[in-house]
Design a protein around this ligand. Structure first.
Ligand code: GLC
Length: 565
């Protein structure tokens, strides 16, 4: 077996810093809070942390609008606190990757303040300026993508909200400034970066109009009320068509190569993962990004065995086709998507479904990424009071629904709460104390805590209950860590016509395991005699008796992981 890199064997855990742990009692998560919880992460059994942005920011997009790339947001602490967190991870054998937002800065970043001050300012061309909007492009968050600035009498471009102006990556000084920030963190010892929205860095050079006969708010609204297959199809087409020219423009591969070369100057296999599913961004497999996410998996509303097999067949073949074989990376949730318990739950088997999907994630081939709070089964919290929403994409949508589309305010509030990403970013629930133990009782947390903290959805209660989801996560993470075939093994699909279950082998030199996952609410009896193998050891679930491969009984939404001879 070729020696795998740390990021190939690791399980990553995403921390959303604002909501993870409040160390100083102001209702906002911070570095001292995170550092206090390092043993929790170690005990959970994860190997690396992806930290969402921790930089100073006015928080129009919750940290993804940065005003200083070489500092720590004051509400999270200072550079010393950051270093203590990083050292704490490293001394426990864990790694840290940061979020790197290249496409845009905050409109309060000194670079932008200077750029917008005058057409003659030294940084005048650091952003994308035009005399008048050259096209009908939309911001994916809040209406037109071109915003007027009276100081220059010109418009600047922003793919995201108007508080997030796009940098002009054709300007060599922009690159130099950003690479300096990259080196700053690498010098401090961080192990890599998750590249935010990298596809949006370069646009179509001719900037054609998009053909969709709707504004962004109309398209969102249409998307929500689309019911017939034809409407649903049109919805997909429109979303693609509206933004098609604002993505993936020429130049990105060269840029990624440049960044990779910087990373590679440093010892210790520093790594890059792109917030994109395009395997093309891995270059030849060794000269651009080490990983991209398997987003098609995460974006499928209901995962079914046939889709999973199709997804694996297509993606693994693409990775195998690279001159240097690419490594997969799977995730089922992050700070932008609905929580797993909510998304996969059916109201009756939520716990079993959460366990099934974790088992899937940890047994598929490739590096898994987990999102904080999934391990205790946190679910989406619908905030239907628009005044309590912090995701400005949702507050903008609320206003557009009420003012432009004349939707009833109560209905608009419900829709805004539903589409907002606040629902999956609420504070982590540490105990059954008030505020879920996230912050002191008399303090109002930055987002409401999901009240289900009082009924068992919290770390302390689940620590005490060996049957809890938290214990299940710990056990399965240990299973993965101690089962070489689950880390290094090839994926070999079995029973490819099966509708109700997914079965596959993970086969490494030293070990082969059989994985069977029941995606149905019925108990199944599966026949694996065709394998011509015998069971050696049951890895999961914890049962005393060796199973019969001729009649393997799988509980509803249950799973087996069996080492076979
Ligand atoms: C990415 C982030 C998202 C953010 C956007 C703009 O998609 O994951 O949270 O809003 O980029 O930076």
């Amino acid at each position: 077996m070729t020696k795998l890199k740390w990021w190939q064997t690791a399980v990553f855990y995403q921390i959303y810093p604002r909501s993870f742990a409040d160390g100083n009692g102001d209702g906002i998560g911070d570095f001292p809070g995170m550092t206090d919880r390092l043993d929790y992460l170690k005990d959970l059994g994860v190997d690396a942390v992806w930290l969402s942005p921790h930089f100073p920011s006015p928080n129009w997009d919750c940290g993804y609008d940065i005003t200083d790339y070489q500092a720590v947001a004051p509400e999270y602490g200072n550079l010393q606190d950051f270093k203590a967190f990083l050292d704490g991870l490293h001394t426990r054998g864990m790694r840290l990757i940061l979020d790197l937002v290249l496409n845009h800065t905050s409109d309060e970043h000194p670079w932008f303040l200077e750029s917008k001050s005058s057409r003659d300012a030294p940084k005048a061309d650091w952003y994308v300026w035009e005399e008048s909007p050259p096209n009908n492009w939309q911001s994916c968050f809040d209406g037109p993508a071109w915003t007027y600035v009276p100081e220059r009498g010109q418009y600047y471009y922003h793919y995201f909200m108007k508080q997030q102006p796009d940098l002009n990556w054709h300007h060599p000084d922009v690159k130099a400034a950003m690479w300096q920030a990259v080196r700053f963190w690498l010098d401090l010892g961080v192990d890599g970066f998750r590249l935010d929205a990298l596809g949006t860095i370069f646009e179509h050079p001719e900037r054609p109009d998009h053909p969709v006969p709707m504004t962004l708010a109309e398209l969102r609204h249409f998307s929500e009320i689309a019911r017939t297959p034809a409407e649903i199809k049109r919805r997909e087409q429109y979303w693609h068509a509206m933004f098609q020219y604002q993505w993936g423009g020429p130049g990105l591969h060269a840029l990624m190569k440049e960044l990779r070369a910087i990373i590679d100057e440093y010892p210790g296999d520093r790594m890059l993962i792109g917030e994109d599913d395009a395997i093309a961004y891995m270059g030849n497999g060794a000269d651009q990004l080490q990983l991209v996410f398997n987003f098609p998996l995460m974006r499928t509303e209901r995962l079914a065995p046939s889709q999973l097999r199709h997804n694996q067949r297509v993606r693994l073949a693409q990775l195998d086709a690279l001159p240097e074989r690419g490594w997969p990376c799977n995730t089922l949730g992050n700070h932008d998507s609905s929580r797993m318990l909510t998304r996969y739950g059916d109201g009756m088997h939520d716990q079993a479904l959460a366990r099934l999907h974790l088992t899937l994630l940890l047994t598929l081939r490739g590096t898994p990424f987990l999102y904080n709070g999934e391990e205790i089964g946190m679910s989406d919290l619908l905030i239907d009071d628009p005044a309590r929403l912090r995701d400005t994409m949702a507050t903008w949508y609320y206003r557009a629904l009420v003012e432009d589309l004349k939707v009833d305010p109560a209905e608009a509030a419900r829709r805004a709460g539903q589409m907002s990403r606040d629902k999956n970013r609420t504070p982590l629930q540490w105990s059954r104390a008030q505020n879920g133990g996230f912050c002191p009782p008399q303090v109002t947390p930055w987002l409401p805590v999901n009240p289900d903290y009082a009924t068992g959805v919290n770390v302390a209660d689940q620590e005490a209950d060996p049957g809890s989801l938290l214990h299940f996560y710990r056990r399965l993470l240990r299973v993965r860590r101690t089962t070489p075939a689950l880390i290094a093994g090839e994926y070999l699909p079995l029973h490819e016509k099966a509708i109700e279950y997914l079965a596959f082998l993970r086969q490494a030199d030293e070990q082969t395991v059989l994985v069977a996952l029941n995606f149905s609410p019925q108990p199944l009896a599966l026949d694996f005699r065709d394998l011509g193998r015998t069971p050696l050891r049951v890895i999961h679930p914890a049962v005393a008796q060796a199973p019969n491969l001729a009649r393997l009984a799988v509980e509803p939404y249950g799973a087996w992981i069996i080492e076979i001879r």
